[in-house]
Design a protein around this ligand. Structure first.
Ligand code: PMP
Length: 401
């Protein structure tokens, strides 16, 4: 008898499990709108031209495969913090940011969670309701208590701003408030600049610590600076804050696992100490991070011509998603005779649309129409083509009624 008899079967992951089910489906019209990964109009994975170019350069140079330091590639850490805050930001100039390379967004969030667990025992992390499914797993596994603040209002299919404010206000002083820097996942609903100011007000009032998850910089609007505005607004107030970054989406480096955790401190001295502890947490977990993705990012950001190419490709990707969003909206309006207001689709931004389809309705999308999506009603528009919009509109209308 197996010594592992006591280990029960784990449930499939609610997001990555969708891709597994999709692969097993043999229907000709099947569509995978589960995972947030960019596809071309032909629904193929896309490697950015600028990434291919830099990889060729790296090969020609014969870069070696020596271990990186625990904190990662120095040129990457510099580039990533500057991309986030802007090179002229006082937090950079005064060397108040502790940045270390992480295993993409997830690994960087996990490292921050370990820092919270170790140095802020008992402190709670407030997460939006709903949020990216993995946030709860990350804090559970790090043994960091969390609770939710209201974010989505199903009645308006918009931001539950008053609820959000009062929940943040009601949380114990000194809590960490997890905020999506832009392109909120799964709702696609972001606060307005005025609302960000008010959110910063209550966070400041309550002595909370803002904790940004930035997984879509440049991918929401097409502009790296515009998408970092929320983080910069908080930094400009002199607040201490945490920011996890990911290059999965904006550089299409999903499998390279490249990202960073940044901790903005009120002094250079604190930043130096925080960085030393982040390294200490990373060492027994994975020792040191992978080099390939870090070199790609550092080379692109460090070269003005390549950087411009990257921006152009990001605009192209963000633009394709916007076109698909518009076409889906047009198809729904043209086909639906119920008078339902579909304008929420155009108001949402980023990779996703939060349709408002219930779990049962989402099941109908998959079982009857072979459209794979998460059961919270989220669809990834990055996995949709213009050619498939009408089919998807038929599926959505059928599932709603
Ligand atoms: N945070 C959010 C909100 C996300 O949507 C994602 C990607 N789905 C991530 C973090 C992290 O992804 P990765 O680990 O691939 O960077």
């Amino acid at each position: 008898v197996s010594r592992f008899e006591g280990i029960t079967m784990a449930p499939p992951d609610p997001i990555l499990g969708v891709s597994e089910a999709f692969k097993a489906d043999t229907h000709g019209n099947k569509l995978n709108l589960g995972v947030g990964a960019y596809r071309t109009e032909e629904l193929q994975p896309y490697v950015l031209d600028v990434v291919k170019k830099v990889e060729t350069l790296m090969l020609e140079r014969g870069d070696n495969k020596e271990y990186l330091p625990i904190e990662g590639l120095a040129a990457f850490n510099k580039a990533t913090a500057e991309l986030l805050f802007g090179a002229d930001n006082p937090v950079i100039k005064q060397q108040r940011v502790a940045t270390i390379q992480g295993l993409s967004g997830t690994g960087s969030l996990r490292l921050a969670a370990a820092l919270i667990e170790r140095y802020f025992p008992g402190a709670k992390v407030l997460i939006s309701s709903p949020t990216w499914g993995n946030h709860k797993n990350i804090f559970n596994d790090a043994r960091v208590p969390w609770s939710e603040y209201r974010y989505y209002d199903p009645k308006t299919v918009g931001l539950a701003f008053e609820g959000m404010m009062s929940d943040i206000k009601a949380a114990p002083e000194g809590s960490f408030v997890l905020l999506h820097g832009c392109a909120h996942n799964p709702t696609g609903i972001d606060p307005t600049p005025e609302q960000w100011e008010k959110i910063a007000d209550v966070i400041q009032e309550k002595n909370h610590i803002p904790f940004f998850d930035v997984a879509y910089q440049g991918f929401a609007s097409g502009s790296l600076d515009a998408d970092a505005a929320s983080v910069r607004l908080f930094a400009a107030r002199g607040l201490e804050l945490l920011v996890a970054q990911s290059y999965s989406k904006n550089l299409g480096l999903y499998a390279e696992r490249i990202g960073a955790i940044n901790v903005v401190c009120s002094s250079t001295d604190s930043a130096t100490r925080v960085k030393s502890q982040l390294k200490r947490l990373a060492r027994p977990m994975y020792s040191n991070p992978p080099v390939h993705g870090a070199r790609i990012v550092a080379n692109i950001v460090g070269d003005p011509a390549l950087f411009n190419e990257w921006e152009a490709e990001m605009e192209m990707m963000a633009g394709r998603i916007k076109n698909v969003r518009q076409k889906l909206y047009d198809s729904l309006c043209a086909k639906d005779k119920s008078g339902k207001d579909w304008s929420f689709i155009l108001k949402q931004i980023g990779m996703f649309s939060f349709t408002g389809l219930s779990k049962v309705q989402s099941d109908n999308m998959t079982d009857k129409w072979h459209v794979y999506m998460t059961k919270d009603g989220r669809i990834s528009l990055a996995g949709l083509s213009l050619a498939k919009c009408e089919y998807l509109a038929d599926a959505i209308i059928d599932s709603f009624h």
